[in-house]
Design a protein around this ligand. Structure first.
Ligand code: SF4
Length: 350
C-alpha cells in the first residue's frame, strides 16, 4: 500500500521506522561524509519548525527525507527544550495534514487504522451538501477532536450513526494531524542518556536556534505589568501554559492580550508574552494585539471577557475567594491591587 515516497512524506509511520531499522544505521555512522545531507536536512527541519512553524516538503531524496526525521527527533531530545519539542511536533503534524488532505481515501484509511489503530469505515455519502468519506469510531473521534475548539467539531454538530461519526476527507486528515503531533512529542521525549560525540556540534547549533527563534526560556517570568501580584488565577495560568509550550486556544489568547492591554501593559511586552507559544508568529501576534487594542480593523478597543464566558470556554482556572466577588478578571486585578496597596505591597517604579 505504501511506497518509499509515502514514507518520505510521512516519516512518523511505523513502516518508516522499519525502513530505517532495515538500513541498519548506527549512531557511530552519523559522522560519515555520506550522512552529511541527512544531518543538514534534520537541522533544516528543526529550523523551519522553529522559525516558520511548518516544515517544508523540499526533499533532496526520499531516503534523506526518511532518515532525517528520526535524527531531528534525536537532536531535539538531546536539546531537551519542551517548547522546541512542542513546536516541532506541531510543525511536522501540520506538514502531514497538508499532504494527507490530498491523499486518496484508501491511503488515509490505511494510515489511520494501521498506524494509529483507529476503527473507521469507508463511506460514500452526500448529506446536506457535504461529502463524507469516513465514519470514525466515537472514541477515536473524541480522543483527537477534544482540543479542537471550532464549533464544527462539537458532537452536537456532527452526523452520527451507531457509535461512528461521519467525517469528510479533510476532517479525517485534521484528526490524524492531532495523532501525529502526539506521537512526535512522545518520540522526542526519550533522549539517549548522553550526547553522542558525533552530534555535539549539531545539538549546540540547535540550542542556538531555539534561543534565536523562541527566545531565552522565560521560566515563568511574568510580563512586566504594573502589579503582577494582582493578576487573577486564570491569567497567571495562561502565562504559565504559554511558558511551558502548551497549546493555548483562541479564547485564552484573546483573554490574555485584552487583559494585559487593559491594565496598561505595553504592546511589545504583550508580544513577548506570546513568544513561547508553539505556533508563535511575531507578525500575526503583533497584528492581533494591535487589533485588540483598537489600532487596526474597526478601531474598537476590546475589553477582557466576563468570567461567565471564560468559564464556558474552560479559561477560568482555580478561582480563589476574591473571584467570588467579581465578574471580570479586570475587576479582580483592580480589587487585588487595592488590597495589596493597602498592605504596602505596591511595586516600586522601575
Ligand atoms: S473567576 Fe474570573 S477572574 Fe477568577 S479565575 Fe475565573 S475567570 Fe479568572
Amino acid at each position: 500500500m505504501l511506497t518509499r515516497a509515502d514514507l518520505a512524506k510521512y516519516p512518523f509511520l511505523a513502516e518508516a521506522s522499519d525502513y530505517v531499522r532495515e538500513l541498519g544505521f548506527s549512531i557511530d555512522e552519523i559522522a560519515a561524509p555520506e550522512f552529511g545531507p541527512v544531518l543538514d536536512r534534520a537541522e533544516k527541519r528543526l529550523e523551519e519548525a522553529l522559525s516558520k512553524g511548518q516544515v517544508s516538503n523540499d526533499s533532496i531524496s526520499e531516503s534523506t527525507e526518511i532518515l532525517s526525521f528520526p535524527v531531528s527527533n534525536l537532536i531535539l531530545g538531546l536539546v531537551g527544550e519542551e517548547r522546541a519539542r512542542r513546536r516541532f511536533a506541531l510543525a511536522e503534524a501540520k506538514r502531514a495534514y497538508e499532504l494527507l488532505r490530498q491523499e486518496t481515501p484508501e491511503k488515509i484509511e490505511h494510515i489511520a487504522s494501521k498506524t494509529f489503530g483507529w476503527k473507521l469505515k469507508r463511506l460514500d455519502v452526500r448529506l446536506v451538501r457535504r461529502f463524507y468519506d469516513f465514519a470514525v469510531n466515537l472514541t477515536d473521534y473524541l480522543h483527537n477532536s477534544i482540543h479542537l475548539r471550532e464549533p464544527r467539531w462539537s458532537l452536537s454538530n456532527r452526523v452520527m450513526d451507531q457509535g461512528f461519526v461521519y467525517v469528510t476527507r479533510e476532517e479525517a486528515a485534521r484528526l490524524i494531524e492531532e495523532e501525529v503531533r502526539a506521537r512526535i512529542l512522545e518520540r522526542s521525549s526519550k533522549p539517549p542518556g548522553e550526547i553522542p560525540r558525533q552530534l555535539g556540534s549539531r545539538v549546540e547549533r540547535a540550542r542556538g536556534l531555539v534561543i534565536k527563534w523562541l527566545g531565552v526560556p522565560a521560566h515563568y517570568e511574568l510580563p512586566s505589568v504594573p502589579m503582577p501580584e494582582a493578576m487573577p488565577p486564570c491569567v497567571r495560568h495562561l502565562i504559565d501554559s504559554l511558558n511551558e509550550g502548551k497549546n493555548v486556544q483562541h479564547m485564552g489568547r484573546f483573554t490574555l492580550a485584552s487583559f494585559l492591554l487593559n491594565i496598561g501593559t505595553g504592546e511589545e511586552e504583550i508580544v513577548k508574552a506570546f513568544k513561547p507559544a508553539t505556533d508563535f508568529s511575531e507578525r500575526m501576534t503583533r497584528y492581533q494585539v494591535e487589533h485588540i487594542g483598537g489600532r487596526r480593523g474597526g478601531r474598537t478597543k476590546y475589553t477582557c471577557p466576563m468570567c461567565t464566558t471564560l468559564k464556558t470556554h474552560g479559561v477560568c482556572y482555580k478561582p480563589d475567594e476574591l473571584c467570588d466577588t467579581i465578574r471580570n478578571p479586570l475587576s479582580y486585578y483592580k480589587k487585588k491591587s487595592r488590597i495589596l496597596t493597602n498592605k504596602g505591597l505596591k511595586r516600586e517604579p522601575s
